[in-house]
Design a protein around this ligand. Structure first.
Ligand code: HXC
Length: 258
């Protein structure tokens, strides 16, 4: 089926998904999110894909949830339909997702980037949670994931004022993004990193993602046990045998993803 709001291409073992609603700065309307969930699920199920890059345009990663679409909604509808509940499906994707962010990542756009596993930012990227200026609050992790990425004071300042945005450099210094790059290379660099990850052992890559994500959910002692059990289980893979044999034999490992 034809995609209305996204562009999809594959580069080697990487799925590249581009938010493409240029007239509205990639505002995240319901239709866009339905397509995004569907495309990400297909990439997750595709054995030839090892990692995913999610990007927008040079002007905007995404300027937030679609304000015009949501402005007349009421509480009962929101509650009964669990409005925006389907946004969390992206966090169920097992393969690593790198967000390549240029321009505005505001509101739901910032939250979408934070639902990804790694964020690379173009030098003109801007991260913010302006919801309070619209009389509402972040609804997809802005008050929860942001604090873990930038600490309480910055998260409070951003969410309480709605007008303090982080530049790419500030976001990198705070730990929200791992790399700042010239705007025109950020997608290619994200794809390069994704390709690197995609050529490592797929099951082991997914164990790393699982283990790191557990650290947000469970106490340290349980997290350490979870990590150690996964570590143990890597020894049931051919890729662990291959990886360690290759080291001992001074050659490059050839992982077969099993
Ligand atoms: C709907 C949007 C939009 C949005 C931009 N547009 N953001 N439409 N929802 N979030 C539309 C504009 O209405 C305009 O359409 C076109 O995109 C271009 O935007 P401009 O405002 O003309 O561009 P510019 O002057 O460059 O300003 C860029 C901007 C501004 C600073 C990013 O657009 C802006 O403030 N946008 C809203 C940002 C925001 O508040 N985001 C949070 C949303 S709430 P027309 O038709 O006029 O050309 C949210 C809640 C999440 O995300 C809750 C849980 C997920």
């Amino acid at each position: 089926p034809k995609l209305e709001y996204l562009l999809l291409e594959t580069r080697g073992r990487v799925g590249l998904v581009t938010l493409h609603r240029p007239k509205a700065l990639n505002a995240l309307c319901n239709g866009l999110f339905v397509e995004l969930n569907q495309v990400l699920k297909e990439l997750d199920d595709n054995k030839d894909i090892g990692a995913i890059v999610l990007t927008g345009s040079e002007r905007a990663f995404a300027a937030g949830a679609d304000i015009k679409e949501m402005k007349d909604r009421n509480f009962i509808e929101n509650y009964l339909e669990d409005f925006l509940g389907h946004w969390t499906q992206i966090t169920k994707i097992r393969k690593p997702i790198i967000a390549a962010v240029n321009g505005f990542a505001l509101g739901g756009g910032c939250e979408l980037a934070m639902m990804c596993d790694i964020i690379y930012a173009g030098d003109k990227a801007l991260f913010g949670q302006p919801e309070i200026k619209l009389g509402t609050i972040p609804g997809a992790g802005g008050t929860q994931r942001l604090i873990k990425a930038v600490g309480k004071s910055k998260a409070m300042e951003m969410c309480l004022t709605g007008s303090v945005n982080l530049t790419a450099e500030e976001a990198e210094r705070a730990g929200l993004v791992s790399k700042v790059l010239p705007a025109d290379v950020v997608v290619d660099e994200a794809v390069k990193t994704a390709e690197k990850i995609a050529n490592l052992s797929q099951p082991v890559v997914q164990m790393v993602k699982d283990a790191i994500n557990q650290s947000f959910e469970i106490p340290l002692s349980a997290g350490l046990t979870f990590e150690r059990r996964l570590f143990h289980s890597t020894f049931a893979t051919k890729d662990q045998k291959e990886g360690m044999a290759a080291f001992a034999e001074k050659r490059k490992a050839n992982f077969t993803h099993n």
